[in-house]
Write a protein that binds this ligand. Sequence first.
Ligand code: PHE
Length: 333
Amino acid sequence: IQQEATNIIKKASNLDELDDLRVKYLGKKGEVTQILRSMGELPPEKRPVIGKLANQVKSKLQQLISKRKEELKNQAKEEQLKEESIDVTLPGVKIKSANKHPLTLVFNEIKEIFLGLGFKIAEGPDVETDYYNFEALNFPANHPARDMQDTFYVGEDELLRTHTSSVQVRTMEQTTPPIRIIAPGRVYRSDEIDATHTPVFHQVEGLMIGKDISFANLKEILIEAVHELFGTDRKVRFRPSYFPFTEPSAEVDVSCANCGGQGCSVCSDTGWLEILGSGMVHPNVLEMSGIDSKEFTGFAFGMGVERIAMLKYDIDDIRLLYENDVRFLEQFK
Ligand code: PHE
């Protein structure tokens, strides 16, 4: 038995096979076990000899089996290691990461710039009352901007704000000067959709009120902001304009980039593009919100975020910002 067993145990090629062999020889009904069990049937004088022999065979086989078991285990481990080994020189798998929307990028940049200039962030509701959107901003009762053409009314007195200037009023009512806030947000106008208009777009309002705040401060802050946004090589132009809530008022243009003959798709023939409206807060507006216009002055501005994004990234159609085409969005890393 020992010889036969020794040979096949050594040849066992896997752990299952080996276990079958253990059962065959040493299991409850195994060949060696059977011999040991049948000792009682032997004549007494033969028992010690056979018993000793059988026990020797048993322990010899146990040793052989556990030795073979070790070998097979090591072999398996080595194979596994070989399989799992990593070639660190192989190129990695590229993970596609999401990136920020161009509007978010511009919002973040504008916020950073004004936070750096000491401004805080203010908020107001998208659904506004006529008072905050128009009346408190010195719009005459019959002003064309109140027309159903431009404004989405959601009730007799409620509307979707047509600009973030409503947040100026809310801020002035709630705080005493000095005031230095920006109000980023969504605004709504019932415009026909085309390459430069969407009924929902974004503005960042700015408001600075204090003692002796002048138009020079307005220019200084806005030139600084435009230079940070577009680079110091871009020129800034202030053009006289009109808003009911500021006097004097100015629209601000930025000079087009020099595209090196590649043609900037987003530029007018004049070489300038308008990016914001601004002006000194009208005394009526200050007074209506409870600020003494003899003691305090200030300026306000409202910038179009889509406009700025289009200029910065040379996007020639505003609709691209809302279509969620990954081929477009992937370009803004
Ligand atoms: N609210 C104006 C607009 O939407 C922009 C503006 C804001 C102008 C603040 C002057 C001061 O066109």
